[in-house]
Design a protein around this ligand. Structure first.
Ligand SMILES: [Zn+2]
Length: 360
């Protein structure tokens, strides 16, 4: 297990050589990563990130420092040079679907696949596959931050077929490793609320997309919920005239009034890989249709996971836009809804009506 960030920082400020090999630190302003004992000028704390292995620093696009040479001693210099070439290739090609194989990488290094795999792991602490998967997830997160829909981002990041590729992602990785918006730190969130036919609705968004759309009894209750979700964020009421938020709020309320509205807003959510997989699938369920928990589990390639699908639906923070209300129980019973079964029923009724009138 890695040292705490505070302990790591102590070791960096003390240039403590005893901690060499236990962790690495990266400096985002210079783009390099170092051993704790690096003799170079010390960076500001806010520009430093800590890593358990050099591979994780490489994943963030950092290069090994030329002063302290964090990879030295793990293999000879020629081998390290080859490994870095392989890393660069992975990073440049991670979004090309299935184009990156161990065989292609072995050719670049002019080694056997076996030797490449072993040396790569020995030098960087992770396998080529793990670097590839984490690069893909980073690419995915970048796309999500840029405000694309989850669906588009999943494909753009090189996840050709959603269910299969998600299974390939390192199970421990989740969508929120380390620094990714823990508690919404340093994130500005603006919110707006409105009365709708289904009750009070509060929507909140980062500058990348909606992170919260929920029904509630009072603005106070909903604000409590929002702050609970993002305790570190700077939360402020959306100033009227922030066009995006105004537009989203209008679409949501129109939708609930049964007026024409498309809910394809960008979403910026914290999610585990499994949750993202479920939520992404929910966004593909057409208006007017429903799926059972079991059908969703099967569709995402995890037939035994219908209970976990139910849990993921219940954990959805962005109502309507991620349409968890379109998932029902296997016996065609409605199943639960985070915001009340009556609302779920009303939503499904409304969508059915709208769907039928569309077909006419
Ligand atoms: Zn260094």
């Amino acid at each position: 297990m890695m040292l705490s960030e505070a302990k790591c920082w102590d070791a960096v400020t003390a240039r403590n050589a005893e901690k060499d090999g236990q962790f690495y630190f990266g400096v985002v302003t210079t783009g390099v990563y170092c051993r704790p004992s690096c003799p170079a000028r010390q960076p500001l704390r806010k520009n430093v990130r800590f890593y358990e292995s050099p591979g994780e620093a490489e994943r963030d696009g950092l290069r090994p420092c030329l002063r302290c040479r964090p990879l030295a001693g793990r293999a000879d210099d020629a081998a390290i040079e080859k490994i870095r070439e392989v890393c660069a290739y992975i990073q440049a090609h991670c979004d090309s679907g299935d184009g990156v194989t161990l065989e292609t990488l072995a050719e670049i290094a002019d080694w056997s696949p076996f030797h490449l795999h072993r040396t790569f792991k020995a030098v960087l602490g992770i396998t080529p596959k793990q670097l590839l998967d984490t690069c893909r997830v980073s690419a995915l997160k970048t796309k999500l931050r840029q405000g694309g829909t989850v669906t588009a981002a999943v494909y753009d990041a090189g996840f050709g077929s959603s269910s299969r590729v998600y299974e390939n992602v390192d199970k421990n990785l989740g969508m929120t490793p380390g620094q990714y918006r823990e508690g919404g730190k340093d994130v500005a969130i603006s919110y707006a609320y409105a009365k709708t036919p289904l009750g009070l609705l509060l929507a909140a968004a980062t500058d990348r997309g909606l992170c919260f759309v929920q029904f509630g009894e009072s603005v106070d209750d909903l604000m409590k919920e929002l702050k609970n979700e993002y305790p570190q964020a700077k939360i402020a009421e959306s100033r009227a005239g922030r066009r995006e938020m105004d537009g989203w709020m209008k679409s949501l309320t129109d939708y609930l009034k049964g007026e024409p509205a498309v809910l394809d807003m960008p979403v910026d959510v914290k999610a585990s890989v499994f949750q993202l997989k479920v939520w992404r699938y929910l966004q593909t369920i057409p208006l007017g249709e429903v799926r059972t928990y079991g059908e969703v589990a099967k569709a995402i390639g995890d037939a035994g996971a219908s209970r976990a699908v139910g849990t993921a639906c219940g954990a959805n923070k962005v109502a309507l836009v991620i349409p968890c209300h379109r998932v029902i129980r296997g016996d065609k019973g409605l199943g639960g809804y985070r915001w009340g079964v009556e609302r779920k029923m009303a939503l499904l009724e409304g969508e059915k009506k709208r769907y039928t009138s569309l077909k006419r």
